[in-house]
Write a protein that binds this ligand. Structure first.
Ligand code: IVH
Length: 662
């Protein structure tokens, strides 16, 4: 990279790597997130101008490429063993006695047992070449495409790494990210992850790295597997070296001279664990000297030099005072247990979702029951067991309702699922939830329109659908409870402002199944207007990258339901006029569908797609008879073959530029 641009790119990459290291390994960031983002976008822009200078280890290449077709199996260079578990101090002492029979003088390293997914990482010449899951211990899945999206994992090692280095560690999802992900899933009516470990595993199983990139996974390295030159004499020394090379290592690692010290450390962490940002399910105790480990060897699937001490999941006993049924925005009836308040894993817990009526049957849980509760992922309270010996004599099985508890309409059970729904389109409880969601911060963001106001507007039958919000005036609002002239005006201002929210927000606000803000952005980009979406065929929707058949079906059905169309018309008549991003330049490509393949000289993938759309064309991800042009850059692959087979016209970048008059 001799050119000025090349030098600049190199320097930006080095700066970004340095700040990643300061942030993820040393935990001592020196610049703000904004400053970091600035460096990153500067690099991205330069690389877009000079795509020939992009290298796979550039920080911009964490999410690159298309979804993979499936996972390849890889054989581990040495077996990924598991660890034997203990559950008490005495079992730890018994382990120590076994060690003492073989070794004379030894010491331990005590680590947190991170509750995530074991991962093997291989670096060759300092570059990350493979990330593989444990699988059956001998063979695992190649998940390199997803591992690269984890910012804590360096794509390139620093400080003169050995030619080959293989390490193992744990990929995990921080508690906060887990809570946020489940909140998002709940909003979309999708099943929740039971705990952060399942969420991390599910995120690594994605074929599309773009999804994994959004999951905010992280990583700690905890053992050395293979290296091309002598690396360390002890485990603690190897961990120090990992850090120097840029690999994140958990900071809470302690040395212990004897088993009583080990037990003391374990007891401390059993109490302190709830203060951590991530979940741990115990401690791992390891012999420090690597030569001593060798002499101890392994039994079957676990080494003799290592043991885990597992914490019991913290539980609390409480009494269910009542079971309520909540009606969600899509009509799902969710039973919720109210408890006598009880302290659990750091907070007071008063209620827990019982999820659905099949779950009530499974647990046989009744009002008045004494139950054991636990927190899923240390966050979400859950009933895990009924203590039947305390059940009051008159406690009756809790029956699923035959009518909606809010509007009295008949309920229906989903054919393909466990949910029971209120089938009424005019259920006020559903409407209240829909309006709350519509006005929510991530949707239309209507300031000052809180739940109490929405409840009154629905109860008084002033608002019957979204569009009625835009017909409110001060006189109507001041008649509500605790609503003065000034607050009424504030509500109206909030509503007025929301009229010009971007199309993506409106689409997200409508409550279309599976369409949260991210998918809504994709739809808004691709179609630009509500009208265009109404006309979209199911095929066109399926062809959009990132959308897929399930989402396409949901969108198509929404825009072909006459009730929905009426509401949309009313919204527009009431003055909702979503702001479009005005980038349109011409209609030169109107009615033409393009498939782009290979590397282009002047455009990144997003830029070329935008240029096609800006000139009235459409972009599709797969070549079919309906494709008008395949725009092929360097190293175009199978799409070019397909175009040749089908006789689709193939153009290069120059011809494309000519078509749009450039
Ligand atoms: S050392 C021979 N250290 O726990 C095994 N494992 O239940 C060497 N784990 O599969 C593993 N934190 O995924 C080690 N600090 C830590 C760990 C740890 C979590 C996981 C690991 C392993 C599982 C066994």
């Amino acid at each position: 990279m001799k050119s000025a641009a090349g030098q600049k790119i190199k320097s930006l990459r080095e700066q970004i790597r340095k700040h990643d290291y300061l942030y993820y390994v040393l935990n001592q960031p020196q610049i703000s997130d904004q400053q970091y983002d600035k460096l990153f976008s500067e690099l991205k822009n330069l690389e877009q101008q000079r795509p020939e200078l992009i290298t796979p280890d550039s920080p911009t290449q964490r999410v690159s490429g298309k979804p993979i077709e499936g996972f390849e199996q890889v054989t581990h260079s040495s077996e990924m063993l598991s660890i034997d578990n203990t559950y008490s101090a005495d079992e730890l002492r018994a382990f120590d006695n076994r060690v003492a029979k073989k070794l004379e003088k030894y010491s331990y390293v005590v680590e947190l047992k991170i509750d995530g997914v074991a991962m093997s990482l291989r670096y060759e010449n300092g570059i990350l070449v493979l990330g593989a899951t444990r699988g059956d211990g001998t063979k695992g899945d190649d998940v390199t495409h997803n591992i690269k999206t984890i910012k804590a994992i360096p794509l390139k090692l620093q400080d003169n790494p050995p030619d080959v280095l293989e390490v193992r560690g744990e990929v995990y999802m921080p508690k906060k990210s887990f809570a946020k992900l489940n909140e998002e899933k709940e909003k979309q009516g999708e099943p929740l992850f039971a705990n952060p470990r399942n969420a991390a595993a599910g995120s690594l199983k994605q074929l599309d790295p773009k999804i994994t990139a959004k999951r905010n996974l992280s990583f700690f390295a905890y053992s050395l597997v293979q290296t091309s030159k002598p690396f360390a004499k002890t485990h603690s020394e190897s961990l120090d070296k990992f850090k120097k090379l840029g690999l994140p290592v958990n900071p809470n690692i302690e040395k212990a001279e004897n088993i009583e010290q080990v037990i003391e450390i374990c007891n401390q962490w059993e109490k302190k664990r709830f203060e951590l940002d991530y979940q741990i399910d115990g401690m791992v105790i390891k012999i420090d000297r690597l030569d001593q480990r060798e002499s101890l060897g392994a039994t079957g699937r676990a080494p003799r030099w290592c043991i885990s001490y597992k914490f019991a999941a913290e539980q609390a006993k409480t009494k269910i005072t009542s079971i309520d049924i909540q009606v969600g925005k899509t009509g799902i009836l969710t039973p919720v247990a109210n408890f006598e308040p009880v302290l659990l894993a750091g907070t007071t817990v008063r209620r827990a979702s019982l999820h659905n009526f099949d779950e009530i049957d499974r647990l046989d849980v009744r009002e008045g029951d004494t139950v054991m509760i636990e927190k899923a992922g240390e966050i979400i309270p859950q009933v895990i067991e009924v203590k039947k010996e305390y059940r009051p004599k008159d406690a009756k099985p809790f029956k699923p309702p035959s009518k909606c508890p809010e509007c009295g309409s008949k309920v229906q059970k989903d054919e393909d699922g466990v949910y029971i729904r209120c089938a009424s389109a005019s259920c006020p409880a559903q409407l209240k939830e829909k309006l709350r969601y519509f006005a929510g911060r991530d949707q239309m963001d209507i300031e000052n329109l809180g739940p109490a106001i929405i409840d009154q507007l629905v109860d008084k039958e002033i608002v019957k659908d979204f569009s009625d919000l835009y017909k409110l005036d001060v006189n109507i609002l001041v008649n509500l409870d605790r609503m003065a002239q000034k607050s009424a005006q504030n509500v109206l201002n909030g509503i007025k402002k929301s009229k010009s929210q971007p199309l993506a927000r409106l689409l997200a606000a409508l409550g279309i199944r599976h369409i949260g803000i991210q998918n809504a952005e994709i739809l808004a980009q691709q179609f630009g207007t509500i009208d265009a979406l109404k006309k979209a065929t199911a095929e066109e929707l399926t062809e959009i990258e990132q959308i897929g058949p399930v989402l396409a079906k949901s969108i198509y059905e929404y825009f072909h339901n006459s009730d929905n169309l009426k509401i949309l018309d009313k919204l527009i008549a009431a003055g909702v006029n979503p702001k479009q991003k005005q980038t349109k330049q011409s209609d030169k490509l109107a009615g033409k569908t393009f498939v782009v393949t290979g590397t282009l000289e002047n455009f990144s993938r997003t830029q070329i797609e935008q240029a096609i759309k800006d000139n009235g064309g459409k972009v599709s991800s797969s070549v079919s008879k309906k494709t008008d042009y395949v725009l092929a850059g360097a190293e175009a692959g199978s799409k070019l073959d397909k175009a040749n087979q089908l006789g689709v016209k193939i153009i290069d970048e120059k011809q494309f530029l000519k078509m749009i008059g450039k």
